[in-house]
Design a binder for this molecule. Structure first.
Ligand code: NAP
Length: 256
């Protein structure tokens, strides 16, 4: 096992929302390498989710994929019930998140805003609620870690493109600070990572498939980041190496 690996008699379980592609997929694979049984969620791409499960089980790990929309409470409950069947929950990565096509605030529909806030904010709250109910010593649990995916957009604001997305990530920053303090004495550490431009399919889903190629060279490091480069600090934050780190928000942005 490597430094930061988990050990113990029971298999520790990690829930990773949106674990079928991009950053979530990289997190699932890294956590499985460190001895976690992984319960990952997806919404539309069952094949991609199953491929992550197979990649983990092929190496002797344990994983299950659950179709679960983070914005739907019943789906979230089912996701955590599936995690319970794997073992003891020790980690949650609130990774699932959506963007939308570029637009100004004065063009945004109520439906767009509701989808954005429901997925990016309410979904993270619901999953954290279920994780705290299982991991908090206040509820008889044995502690654990939560990592929330924020974004540099929370600081930049996304003017003319996606102020709604940026604001949803600003809420995640405040959520991280508040929840970290709320459960700090209950064995749970809560942290965030704020990626910059990362090479995943999220940009295409926002109607900008060329975004990484276009903006990557303008980043201070001269390139976009990879999903693995975001997954590594997430896995570190969940490890015992980060035992005194809570309420932190790590920029993973190549200097942006
Ligand atoms: P991605 O490649 O678009 O993957 C999104 C993942 O989330 C997929 O597994 C998708 O499932 C799942 N998902 C989408 N809506 C969901 C929902 N309602 N419930 C459950 N799962 C859902 O995204 P990514 O780039 O890896 O981004 C991951 C996180 O990092 C997001 O929170 C994003 O805001 C944040 N982030 C990304 C960047 C970047 O440049 N990539 C920068 C800053 C922050 P399906 O496969 O079934 O669609």
């Amino acid at each position: 096992m490597r430094s930061g690996d988990v050990s113990g008699q029971t298999t520790p379980v990690a829930v990773v929302t949106g674990g079928s592609r991009g950053i979530g997929r990289a997190v699932c694979l890294m956590l499985a390498d460190r001895g976690y049984a992984v319960c990952l969620s997806y919404v539309s791409d069952a094949g991609a989710a199953q491929a992550v499960v197979e990649a983990i089980t092929a190496k002797g790990g344990q994983a299950v994929a659950v179709r679960s929309d983070v914005g739907v409470e019943a789906d979230v409950l089912a996701l955590f019930e599936a995690a319970d069947r794997l073992g003891t929950l020790k980690a949650l990565v609130n990774n699932a998140g959506v963007v939308d096509v570029a637009g100004r605030v004065d063009e945004m529909s109520a439906a767009r805003l509701q989808r954005m806030m429901t997925t990016n904010i309410v979904g993270s709250f619901l999953c954290a609620r279920e994780a705290v109910r299982r991991m908090s010593t206040r509820h008889g649990g044995h502690g654990g870690g939560i990592v929330n995916l924020s974004s540099v957009a929370a600081r930049l604001g996304g003017p003319g493109q996606y102020v709604d997305y940026a604001a949803s990530k600003g809420a995640i920053d405040t959520f991280t600070t508040g929840l970290a303090r709320e459960v700090a004495a209950e064995g749970i550490r809560v942290n965030a990572v704020s990626p910059g431009i990362i090479d995943t399919e999220i940009h295409a889903s926002g109607g900008q498939p060329d975004r990484v190629a276009r903006l990557g060279p303008d980043q201070p490091m001269g390139r976009a980041g990879t999903a693995e480069e975001v997954a590594a600090p997430i896995v570190w934050l969940l490890s015992e190496d980060a035992a005194y780190t809570t309420g932190a928000n790590i920029l993973v942005s190549g200097g942006r």
